[in-house]
Design a protein around this ligand. Structure first.
Ligand code: FAD
Length: 533
């Protein structure tokens, strides 16, 4: 097999790259470890509840237990299917704030300021929300507000305003602080993954070859130039030659692992694994960032919540409603409103995202919903300081790497989350919603002191699934990729996915990753055109 570009991973980033690169006529091979995205669970938004832990569509990674988070095993779902994690995620569409990208540019990433990335955000989306100067009107991914908004969500948004937060009319617009209603990557009743959007448009092009069930096992090199990739499909070992470039888009866990087992990583560690060293780059797999989150849950009175809507017999009505009108609880994603706020007045931009969900989960039986009506506000770090690692523990490409999340290793993250839970309580005490609150179940009324709240953060906090940063972009000597996403020190190889983020963006990260891929594709095409002339 041979093509101009070979891409490993058909996830949020990989599908975008396959579409953009094949559109210009280049030949592209897209290798995806998982199967096609045929399940109804993927396409009906509410199916998200059944996809984490799914035996086929989730890689099923787990992090190593760490003392600062109570020695618990935290599960890390990752999509293993066309569309990757965009096929199993909560569909909350969030672009991040200008300060995120301006900080990347400040840190040396040339061409990544907010002004530089804005055209790419506009190019990927199609939305009726917001102003023409910030929002895209004709991109592949439909971004829509909720079609059914429960009264309890309106009450939460009103309560946040009573607690002092300004209403953001477009949560992805210029305002970066306040409360707003969620927008989803959804068209009507269906999820918009990068497979159902970008790839659907490109699928039939003769110059795009999509291989599912194809696990990349090792990148191959001629000296310091990447020449292609070995992969295994249906038990058969094969090879794909990349005439121009190899692109690794396997996500924040699998991309650094593939680099390491192919010989790019810390030389001493690679030698211990029996891997031939191609390039000594110790930073591969380091700088792992995620938005750790701590829940506040409450039982509510006299209110319709998702808990009732996704339980028989009401579920039958919701299914009918979805079929007939394309509305109702089956079109919901993970979050219906968010508050962006600061833990202290003197921080430069919001360091907290409070995610509101009009439902509550059974802590003993996650992710099952509680029987009684309830709500959840998840206090979530927007700009975490703690960092973790992803390190291969074997040269076997089918062995999971060791993932250390490092949550709360920077004590300021704990302080921010304690403040976040206090702000959530303040909102729930505001007149618009307070009469509905029957009882706070977590952290619970007994947890009043900062230390008691901190204890809850340590023992009940978890991932909000935004792993990033493990092949960091930069122009310094430790960076894994440069500002054009080329692996530093190796020819013909780029990494383009969540792992290149130098710092994780504010809020959910699927939209920024799609933007990164759109921009990455433009850079690849520009570089190819420059070479030609
Ligand atoms: C449960 C959950 C809910 C989420 N909710 C939201 C949300 O509401 N909003 C939001 O913005 N973000 C959300 N996210 C995060 C977001 O979806 C991910 O950060 C994003 O999809 C990652 O994109 P990526 O391209 O970096 O990796 P991925 O989309 O994970 O793509 C990597 C692809 O590479 C494939 N692959 C890996 N290794 C190999 C190999 N060796 N050979 C071949 N193929 C390989 C994988 O199977 C996968 O398809 C959520 C994540 C999860 C897990």
């Amino acid at each position: 097999m041979e093509a101009d570009y070979v891409i490993v991973g058909a996830g949020s980033a990989g599908c975008v790259l396959a579409e953009r690169l094949s559109a210009g006529g280049a030949s592209v091979i897209l290798l995806e470890a998982g199967p096609r995205d045929r399940s109804v669970l993927i396409h009906v938004p509410a199916g998200v509840a059944k996809l984490s832990g799914h035996p086929v569509y989730d890689w099923g990674f787990e992090a190593s237990p760490e003392p600062l988070t109570g020695g618990r095993v935290i599960k890390l779902p990752r999509g293993k299917v066309l569309g990757g994690t965009s096929s199993i995620n909560g569909m909350n569409f969030v672009r991040g704030v200008a300060a995120d990208f301006d900080a990347w540019a400040q840190a040396g990433c040339r061409g990544w300021s907010y002004d530089d990335v804005l055209p790419h955000f506009k190019a990927i989306e199609q939305t009726e929300s917001g102003d023409d100067h910030t929002r895209g009107r004709s991109g592949p991914i439909a971004v829509e507000p909720y079609r059914t908004v429960l009264p309890i969500t309106h009450r939460f948004v009103a309560a946040a305003q009573q607690a002092g937060f300004t209403l953001m009319p477009d949560i992805n617009g210029d305002a970066t602080e306040g409360v707003g209603y969620s927008q989803m990557s959804r068209r009507g009743r269906f999820r918009q993954s990068t497979a159902s959007t970008f790839l659907a448009a490109a699928r039939r092009r003769p110059n795009l070859q999509i291989e599912t069930g194809a696990v990349a096992t090792r990148l191959t090199f001629q000296g310091l130039r990447c020449s292609g990739v070995d992969f295994r499909q249906d038990g058969v070992d094969q090879h794909a030659v990349a005439r121009r470039e190899m692109i690794v888009s396997a996500g924040a866990i699998c991309s650094p692992q593939l680099l390491q087992i192919s010989g790019i990583g810390a030389a001493a560690q690679l030698r211990d694994l029996g891997v031939d060293v191609v390039l000594d780059r110790p930073s591969v797999g380091h700088n792992l960032s995620d938005h750790y989150t701590a829940p506040l849950s409450a039982r509510v009175l006299d209110a319709l919540t998702v808990n009732q809507m996704r339980r028989w017999p009401r579920l039958g009505l919701e299914m009918l409603r979805w079929v007939v009108t394309g509305r109702g609880a089956l079109t919901f994603g993970a979050t219906t409103a968010s508050v962006y706020c600061r833990s202290r007045p003197d921080v430069a931009s919001p360091d907290l995202q409070l995610l509101f969900f009009p439902g509550s989960f059974d802590p003993a039986n996650m992710p099952e919903l509680e029987r009684e009506p309830g709500l959840r506000v998840s206090a979530t770090l927007a700009r975490p300081r703690s960092r973790g690692t992803v390190l291969a523990t074997s040269s076997d490409p089918f062995a999971a790497p060791q993932i250390k999340l490092g949550y709360l290793s920077d004590p300021d993250d704990l302080r921010v989350l304690v403040e976040g839970l206090k702000i959530a309580r303040r909102i729930l005490a505001a007149p618009a919603i307070a009469p509905l609150i029957r009882r706070e179940t977590a952290p619970g009324a007994q947890a009043q002191s900062d230390e008691a709240i901190a204890q809850h953060v340590r023992n009940a906090g978890t991932t909000v699934h935004h792993l990033a940063g493990t092949c960091r972009m930069g122009e310094d000597l430790e960076a894994v990729v440069d500002s054009r996403l080329r692996v530093r020190g190796i020819g013909g190889l780029r990494v383009i996915d969540a792992s290149i983020m130098p710092t994780v963006t504010t809020g959910n990260i699927n939209a920024p990753i799609i933007m990164i891929a759109d921009k990455g594709a433009a850079m690849i095409l520009e570089d190819a055109a420059t070479l030609k002339h």
